[in-house]
Design a protein around this ligand. Sequence first.
Ligand code: G3P
Length: 218
Amino acid sequence: MKFFADTSDLDAIKDLADLGMLDGVTTNPSIIAKSGKEFLPLIKEICGICEGPVSAEVASTDFDTMMKEGKKLASLADNIAVKVPLTEAGLKVCKNLTDAGKMVNVTLCFSPLQAVLAAKAGATFISPFVGRLDDIGNEGMDLIHEIAAIYDNYPDFHTEILVASIRHPQHILQSAKLGADVITAPPEAIKKMYNHPLTDKGLAAFVEDWKKTGQSIL
Ligand code: G3P
């Protein structure tokens, strides 16, 4: 299971890389806007830190401009995955860039049928947004279940399921149980996976008991 960081925060990306918990990075226009930084230099910098795929999203919605933007983004580094929206034009861009040997992440997926289209367009990754489905009263993880079941039926589909819009560790746990290839999550959600009150309690007791021995390992 691969962990992608859904952020453009360089310190957070470095931190996860140092922990060995970083297999890739995803960004989107909202994340870039929040950073307040210049898009292209920022993406290049992320690609310098992260060896795995770094998703950089096109900004236009028409085929011709998306193609130009996608080619430019792909030229920034070998590990760029061009992110395109799940629209007819976006899937056409996906097919063209995939045929040209580029990685493509198809984003804003909210239905299993959309995921089928992305796989047929040759997407490297499909990004179903689980949190945003939860937000409107749906069960986001049901979508992952359905996509996984469909993709399993067709060995010629090579698209990886990249669970996106993750809000908390439960989403990560469910993704793992369903065999999702990748999760992309805010670094805080990944860090929360370390936490368990019994670990803290157990460690505190071990530290106290060790003090009583009066010994030192070093
Ligand atoms: O990167 C796309 C996705 O992860 C966005 O998440 O929290 O804005 O729904 P969110």
